[in-house]
Design a protein around this ligand. Structure first.
Ligand code: PSU
Ligand code: MN
Length: 305
């Protein structure tokens, strides 16, 4: 019989055994969210950013049907460079495992696998959310429903404005997912500092986030995730005028080319990267590296409480 157990990278297994800080990282941003060849370089930089702040990176993905927590460099290279990498949400994991697929895990799948592995902090760029045409298409990312039942802290820069940001926040509320701004009461808009909506809560330090996680675990009342929304400093954001133009063009192309379903997010991300001639890519990389660093600080604070 085939063994479908989760496999752990050696360093991650050792860190989890010893109770040392570990930060989960997703692979969909590597294989579907960032263009080649920058994606592999960035994937390595994200891991380095986690290490620089004292935690062990655990990039999660699937190689030939094996679900791996803590991909090694050869596995990471394979997921960053080959064409046949599936985009895996939670519902896809068993299908991909049993059919021997290569796959990159989304926020949903990464958080679910990380929580199952006992990892409490996850860093990414932006969450999936409610798409703009969702009232007709029902296109809402499974990231939201998965986060409603997954006990993990997710450090992100909000959601991209390619989505319906207000509807996404409403759904997070309905689903019982906690949202706090990091040193801000505004929900970030990924490329732009301010996504246009207020938040009820902000947290001020990694130690305070660790305290939220401890309270959450002690109460045992709340099943879902804590989103730590970490805005870019305004000096580092994508020029808001360029952002708005690029978004309008991208949405028009989406409609003209009839792109739907799970292809929508990668399509719009690729449009941003080419239409801004790399400016959005540079911003995207800064966002992820900052989130990785903050997540590592939170993991360290949580491990030493
Ligand atoms: N948002 C981004 N970059 C990304 C994604 C979202 O700014 O790369 C990826 C994440 O992996 C997220 C997934 O979990 O897209 C959501 O896809 P969908 O909308 O198909 O659920
Ligand atoms: Mn979708």
């Amino acid at each position: 019989m085939t063994d479908f157990q989760i496999r752990y990278g050696a360093e991650v297994a050792e860190a989890l055994r010893a109770g040392r800080p570990v930060v989960a990282l997703e692979s969909t941003i590597v294989s579907h969210g960032l263009p080649r060849p920058d994606n592999l370089r960035v994937a390595r930089e994200i891991e380095a950013a986690v290490r620089a702040d004292g935690a062990v990176p655990a990039t999660i993905g699937m190689v030939e049907g094996v679900l791996v927590v803590g991909l090694d460099d050869a596995q990471l290279t394979r997921l960053a460079s080959s064409d046949g990498v599936a985009k895996l949400s939670v519902r896809d994991l068993a299908l991909a495992a049993a059919t021997g697929a290569d796959g990159a895990t989304t926020v949903a799948a990464t958080s679910a696998v990380a929580a199952a592995a006992g990892i409490r902090v996850f860093a990414t760029g932006g969450l999936g959310g409610v798409h703009r045409e969702a009232a007709q298409t029902f296109d809402e990312s499974a990231d939201l429903t998965t986060l409603s039942r997954t006990p993990i802290a997710v450090v992100c820069a909000g959601v991209k404005s390619i989505l319906d940001v207000g509807a996404t926040l409403e759904r997070l509320e309905t689903l019982g997912v906690a949202v706090a701004g990091y040193r801000s009461r505004r929900f970030p808009g990924f490329f732009v500092t301010d996504g246009g909506f207020d938040l009820d809560w902000s947290v001020d330090s990694p130690e305070q986030v660790a305290a939220v996680l401890a309270a959450r675990a002690a109460h045992g009342v709340q099943p879902g995730a804590l989103i730590v929304a970490n805005p870019l400093p305004t000096a580092e954001q994508l020029d808001p005028a360029l952002h708005d133009r690029t978004l309008a063009d991208g949405l028009a192309r989406l409609a003209a080319e009839g792109v739907t379903g799970k292809a929508v997010t990668p399509f719009l991300l690729a449009h941003f990267h080419s239409a801004t001639e790399g400016a959005s890519l540079a911003v995207n990389v800064r966002i992820i590296l900052r989130n990785a660093a903050l997540a590592a600080q939170i993991a360290v604070a949580a491990a030493t409480r």
